[in-house]
Design a protein around this ligand. Structure first.
Ligand code: NAI
Length: 319
């Protein structure tokens, strides 16, 4: 089978997420046009992608069946949006998280889009109704929210606008699967989508427990990294319930009352400021001082762990 796919993808914005998306799409054999407003930014992004693809090949973590050089040759830079979008099947917008800027860009895309191309945004928290309402091509618009770094963390939340055509959702879902990501469908928009709602629920209780002096910030993080997180890399909270008793119904029978009792004891939403903020900041900075050098070193370590975890998950899947 020819690993090169029909159809070309456009990435709008060649920053952190734009470059990652480009790498994921070429790993799936798609041609990619990487668009940004400044040529220098595009050139730098292409260089960075080239280096990363080579490095991934060296450590045996390059995705897809094409070699690094072949994947790189599928990406072309561009600074003319109209030229970039002409004849494309899918556009993934990755510009800074700013509503006015994104609305302007989707307004421009709306003027030049064909009636088939899918217009997708990587936004972390802007709702589809804020981004797409009033666009002529609203039926073709969708949010496809990745998780950083998308190359190792495959989840993509697909969030439709109320007027998004079901075929747009279906095609985007199929495309994400084709490039090896893990898409999930939301039936309608909700503030924070799903990933951040779960994340904020955890952060909120973590903050209260540390604020009340029940546990230290470092030990709190261990509860996740060496406790809950161990299984969450493989199964979610609902399957955890199913397996932690004789099935889901038995779990609810056994733990329903206890869960409700504990949940009723949760405190109000923290203000994420004041003494608790100082306490948590101090503890975090002791481990990793908040300067670019230390933060980047720790991020590098985290990404390295994710590479190894991704490798393990791949091995387990192909067992
Ligand atoms: P970034 O700041 O690294 O990159 C933004 C890029 O957009 C830059 O290359 C910039 O030159 C370009 N740009 C600015 N104005 C433009 C315009 N008018 N047309 C085309 N390109 C333009 O930002 P990052 O982190 O890559 O984020 C992009 C999007 O992805 C945001 O919506 C963000 O919320 C979302 N996202 C970010 C995640 C993260 O962890 N960084 C995770 C998931 C989603």
């Amino acid at each position: 089978m020819n690993p090169i796919q029909e159809g070309r993808v456009v990435i709008v914005g060649s920053g952190l997420i734009g470059c990652s998306w480009a790498m994921v799409f070429v790993s799936g054999g798609f041609q990619v046009t990487l668009y940004d407003i400044v040529q220098e930014q595009v050139t730098k992004a292409l260089e960075k992608i080239g280096e990363q693809l080579k490095e991934l090949e060296k450590i045996g973590m390059l995705k897809g069946s094409l070699k690094a050089d072949e994947q790189l040759s599928l990406i072309k830079g561009c600074t003319d949006l109209k030229v970039a979008v002409e004849g494309a099947v899918y556009v993934q917008e990755c510009t800074p998280e700013n509503l006015e800027l994104k609305k302007k860009i989707f307004g421009q895309l709306d003027l030049i889009a064909s009636n088939d191309v899918i217009l997708s945004s990587s936004t972390s928290c802007l709702l589809p109704t804020k981004l797409f309402t009033g666009l002529k091509h609203v039926k073709q618009c969708i949010v496809a929210h990745p998780v950083n770094p998308p190359y190792y963390v495959p989840l993509v939340e697909l969030v439709p606008h109320p007027e998004t055509d079901p075929s747009t959702l279906g095609k985007t879902y199929a495309l994400m699967k084709k490039i090896g990501q893990t898409p999930v469908k939301l039936t309608k928009e909700i503030d924070g989508f799903v990933l951040n709602r779960l994340q904020y629920a955890i952060i909120s209780e973590a903050w209260r427990l540390v604020g009340e002096g029940i546990i230290s910030p470092v030990d709190l993080d261990l509860v996740m990294s060496d406790g809950l997180g161990m299984r969450y890399a493989f199964i979610g909270p609902l399957e955890t319930m199913h397996l932690n008793a004789e099935g889901m119904l038995n779990y609810c029978d056994r733990y329903r009352e206890g869960m409700i009792r504990v949940l009723k004891s949760f405190g109000p939403i923290p203000d994420f400021a004041g003494a608790t903020e100082q306490k948590i900041n101090q503890a975090m900075c002791k481990e990793t001082p908040a300067d670019p050098e230390h933060l980047n070193a720790r991020r590098h370590w985290r990404d390295d762990c994710l590479v190894r975890l991704a490798k393990l998950k791949k091995e387990i899947k192909s067992d």
